[in-house]
Design a protein around this ligand. Sequence first.
Ligand code: FE2
Length: 251
Amino acid sequence: MREALNDKGCARIDGFIRSEYHDRLEAEVAGIADKAHFSHGQITPYFNNDEPSLPEDHTRRRFSAFSNAFVAMDWFPENGLCLGLYRHPAFQRFVTDCLEETQLYTFDDPLAGVVANIMPEGSSLPWHYDTNEFIVSLLTKKPLSGGEFEYCPDLREPGDEHYDDVKNVLDGQRDKVKTLSLELGDLQIFKGRFSMHRVVEGKGERHTAIFGYAKEPGFIGRVERTQQVHGRVLQAHIDAEQNARSDGLDD
Ligand SMILES: [Fe+2]
């Protein structure tokens, strides 16, 4: 895991969830899929607004259709597999070790600790970079076809966006693209800050459970971001907003 993460920023553990639990895992997330909050729009790989001063074909002006849906943590069954895994100290330790961190913490956020990403047929998650450093996810429903995860390891680096390389990928060049096919119950850890990635459109629904961990204790998402992702906020978000972020960053 560590080697794959250091080398390609992406690691998969096949069959992390044993097959006798697959039906239960799939049913757990499928059972709350209708609680998902949908959002859609047009995005660039950087989620920036249009910048008309740049040439029309610049990667910061290349918008693609984007649609996504997330089920918040408070819909997950309290005694289910997903919350059990998220809160399990051994799982937390394992993720921490894979990422070679000293300590990671579960979120205090009542909506964002574990979320389900629901992609009905026709959803699109086009090429983009993540704002968060890493993502831990578990495939709970495999689409009938397609739905592969594609990524370009270290396509950009701190201080250099490598716009030409990004443009080549957006134009369909495949030499820097790696593909990861996931099966139900496979665990994936991915560092998406520098590796542009997407989910290929497929047939049938694709569900993943996403586990959020932070380097500092007490993480609660910002009101604006929470409203965007979940379509609602709780008192905990409003209260936390009044306390300044320890890192002094906006999000
Ligand atoms: Fe992403």
